[in-house]
Ligand binder design. Structure first.
Ligand SMILES: [Zn+2]
Length: 356
């Protein structure tokens, strides 16, 4: 209805000087209902293509460097600017998203987690869901901090519930405890650790050599740490190591400066002033959060907001309405700030597409 009335276009026109940075993770041609992609971290390729067609038709897709120039006052007004970014380093960004972006002439940035890409170490939520998807066990009994937990694995829905609950449990403990807990879960599920990465094609990281090919599709490589930790929970020295090692590994392969950074998780509290100082010290030019709103000229270039899109149930009309800034404008009017949920911590419940 709003589309018919042209309200989207009016709203977009009103907010045309405030760029939007979009965040995706992966794009897949596998549209089966695998539990490995139940949250829609990997967007279905036909849907991704329709969304990008909308961006190319009604907006001005620009590289991230342009919005940073704009924040620094080096660039004039940026009308209807939209940036496209991908987090983590999945291979299907090259193989599935790449052809779409190249054909539509949309530049983008891939933020790479180097342990994932260079050492093939799966991100822990993928490791967990892969183990749950492939196990033949009917139940899982584990003890965490002296409390016994029991999980049903007999049906698809039961596995999904178990994944959600175990994911929350893993998040509630420290990084070291999480690794031990995950190791225990995988052992009790009797799955082969070496098979978890190949359990679903979407889990596969891009090969380091393939990162060089990204230039051909207008994609820049930025850093997303080595091990994807919550940086604010690490010591200053550990934070510096995560920031500098990932940067130099990426530069060693791409041959150009890696000066764009995205905070893992990226919500307020996942990074702090100390983290920000370490990011600057490591030589980055800018850093991106997952705080969901449009950019404004007053933004700090080390805390740039981004809007994450993480489910496959969105329609192009909903995306268009949210991208136009209308829901954000209405929320501001009603004094109800938008959610600030990171993709990796989002629940399976459907939420606003792009709170602005
Ligand atoms: Zn990430």
């Amino acid at each position: 209805m709003t589309e018919i009335l042209g309200v989207n276009r009016i709203s977009a026109a009103l907010q045309r000087n405030r760029p939007v940075v979009l965040t995706f993770h992966g794009v897949t041609s596998d549209t089966s209902d695998t539990i490995c992609n139940d949250e829609g971290l990997h967007l279905y390729r036909p849907l991704f293509e329709r969304l990008m067609q909308h961006v190319a038709r009604y907006y001005n897709p620009v590289p991230l460097a342009r919005v940073v120039d704009w924040l620094e006052g080096k660039d004039g007004p940026l009308e209807r600017a939209v940036c496209v970014t991908f987090d983590d380093g999945f291979r299907n960004v090259l193989t599935e998203a790449g052809p779409v972006l190249k054909r539509l002439g949309i530049p983008s940035t891939l933020f790479v987690t180097t342990d994932f890409v260079f050492k093939k170490q799966m991100l822990w939520p993928d490791r967990l869901v892969s183990a749950i998807a492939t196990t033949r066990e009917a139940r899982l009994e584990i003890e965490v901090r002296d409390a016994n937990h029991s999980f049903d694995l007999t049906t698809r829905d039961a596995k999904l519930r178990t994944n959600t609950e175990l994911n929350a449990l893993c998040k509630s403990v420290s990084q070291e405890e999480r690794l031990v807990l995950l190791g225990g879960i995988i052992e009790r599920l009797h799955v082969d650790e070496s098979q978890l990465l190949s359990a679903w094609e979407g889990f596969r990281p891009i090969d380091p050599d393939e990162m060089r090919l990204l230039r051909n599709i207008g994609m820049t490589v930025g850093a997303h740490t080595c091990s994807h930790p919550i940086l604010a929970r690490l010591t200053a020295a550990e934070q510096s190591r995560e920031l500098t090692e990932s940067k130099s590994l990426i530069e060693g392969v791409t041959g150009y400066a890696c000066d764009q950074f995205a905070y893992p998780n990226g919500s307020p509290g996942d990074f702090d002033d100390g983290t920000r100082a370490r990011v600057i010290e490591a030589g980055y030019r800018c850093a991106f959060t997952t705080i969901k709103r449009r950019m404004s000229r007053a933004d700090d270039r080390f805390e740039i907001p981004r809007c994450t899109l993480t489910h496959n149930r969105v329609t192009v009309a909903e995306f268009a309405t949210e991208l136009s800034g209308l829901p954000g404008a209405l929320r501001a009017l009603l004094n109800r700030p938008g959610a600030r949920t990171d993709a990796r911590s989002a629940s399976t419940a459907r939420s606003a597409v792009l709170p602005t």
